[in-house]
Design a protein around this ligand. Structure first.
Ligand code: FAD
Ligand code: DHB
Length: 389
């Protein structure tokens, strides 16, 4: 088989790249190791930057997003019983949209399968070859048979555990990493949210986040230890812990109910540079991971794709290679700033030390400062709504 761009991974990065390329008349084949049902039910992020929503609109896949997405003009920050609000709209003129990553993927898959081109589901043993020449090649197994896909370019959009990053020359890669000594326990339930905006809470028992997917579906997270087992967290214990950490006002409004999903995720900051070698280009989690506190993971995958599609389109339309050559540098400049923001939000809000420690006092003082300073609130807001592309 032959295509123009071989894409590994049908997550948000791979699917959006394929869609944007197709709009410009460029063909691609997506190889995905899982099946469609799995990809469409994987619960992950929920907050889209304004620029992400714009990208999805430009890709013609935002009809449901514009109908069902919840536009949020601010967030609440809680520290014990003290609450204050960051007003994005007022401070930056921008907003975010709450719309699940799962829904983004469903919309992109529907558009792809309506005539854009193939997604090969259950593609096993995907391997990348010949990235230093003009005809890179992907091999994989599907339905018990070996396949070969010759392309002009390979886009590695296969997430943190994929093969793309491992296919880059080892002596070229530099990696930067921070692993945090805690995780997030997430719960999804069909109950109305306790607040019409998200609440990020610092508490002496640990961080908590109140989020949502719709007016009738809530998503909550609590900081937990890394060796925590889900069996030790029946729903009632999670609700009780959320009520403690989010403060009395939120607790009073919290509607509890049976969970429809529960999971524990580790927190990690990770960047692998460069994002390109020869004809192989990485985008999204394949190249970098952020801790979820700043809601940046999905949004970064989308901004990488913006730069990559722009560079590929320029090459196909005019033969110009400069944007492709600068892709890694351009994308990483934005990646590092989102890494910094996510690391900072994580450090500000999570329990790392005893409440009597110096570090805890620094967190409290910083929150106090943010609560009282328009400049500090603006810095938080402009990062949260998304830095310019
Ligand atoms: P992915 O979504 O990971 O997609 C990669 C795709 O490649 C997958 O479909 C995978 O099956 C496929 N693949 C992998 N290996 C191969 C292979 N060898 N061959 C073929 N296909 C392959 N971000 C937030 O902002 N907020 C959150 O709350 C949040 N929660 C998260 C919870 C979890 C459990 C995880 C893992 C991530 C979370 N993130 C969150 C991060 C966010 O979801 C990611 O940043 C986003 O999914 C990145 O998109 P992507 O397309 O780069 O990668
Ligand atoms: C959600 C996840 C986040 O990491 C975040 O910062 C905000 C919201 C969510 O899943 O809704």
């Amino acid at each position: 088989m032959r295509t123009q761009v071989g894409i590994i991974g049908a997550g948000p990065a791979g699917l959006l790249l394929a869609r944007l390329l197709k709009i410009q008349g460029i063909d691609s084949v997506i190889l995905e190791q899982r099946d469609r049902a799995y990809v469409e039910s994987r619960i992950r992020a929920g907050v889209l930057e304004q620029g992400t929503a714009t990208q999805l609109r430009d890709a013609g896949v935002a009809e449901r997003l514009d109908r069902e997405g919840l536009v949020h003009e601010g967030v609440e920050i809680a520290a014990g019983e003290r609450h204050f609000r960051i007003d994005f709209q007022e401070l930056t003129g921008k907003t975010v949209v709450v719309y699940g990553q799962t829904e983004v993927c469903k919309d992109l898959i529907a558009a792809r399968l309506a005539g854009d081109g193939p997604i090969v589901w259950n593609a096993a043993d995907v391997a990348v070859h010949d990235i230093d020449g003009n005809r890179p090649r992907l091999t994989y197994r599907c339905d018990g048979q070996d396949h070969d896909l010759v392309c002009d370019f390979v886009a590695g959009c296969d997430g943190f555990h994929g093969v793309s990053r491992q296919s880059m020359p080892a002596d070229l890669l530099r990696t930067f990493e921070r692993v945090y000594p805690f995780g997030w326990l997430g719960i999804l339930a069909d109950v109305p949210p306790c607040s019409h905006e998200l609440i990020y809470a610092r508490h002496e028992r640990g961080f908590a986040l109140a989020s949502m997917r719709s007016p009738t579906r809530s998503r909550y997270y609590i900081q937990c230890s890394l060796d925590e087992r889900l069996e030790a967290w029946p729903d009632a214990r999670i609700w009780e812990e959320l009520q403690r950490r989010l403060g009395r006002a939120a607790a009073a409004r919290m509607v509890t109910g049976p969970s429809i999903e529960k999971s524990i995720a580790p927190l990690r900051s990770f960047v692998s540079t460069p994002m390109q070698s020869g004809r192989l280009f990485l985008a999204g989690d394949a190249s970098h991971i952020v801790p979820p506190t700043g809601a940046k993971g999905l949004n970064l995958a989308i901004s990488d794709v913006h730069y990559l599609q722009r560079a590929l389109v320029a090459w196909y339309k005019t033969g110009a290679a400069d944007l492709l050559e600068r892709y890694s540098e351009t994308a990483l400049a934005r990646v590092w700033k989102a890494e910094r923001f996510s690391w900072w939000m994580t450090g500000l809000l999570h329990r790392l030390h005893d409440e009597t420690s110096f570090e805890a006092q620094m967190q409290i003082a910083e929150l106090d400062y943010i609560a009282s300073s328009r400049a500090a609130q603006t810095a938080l807001a402009e990062n949260y709504v998304g830095l310019p592309y």
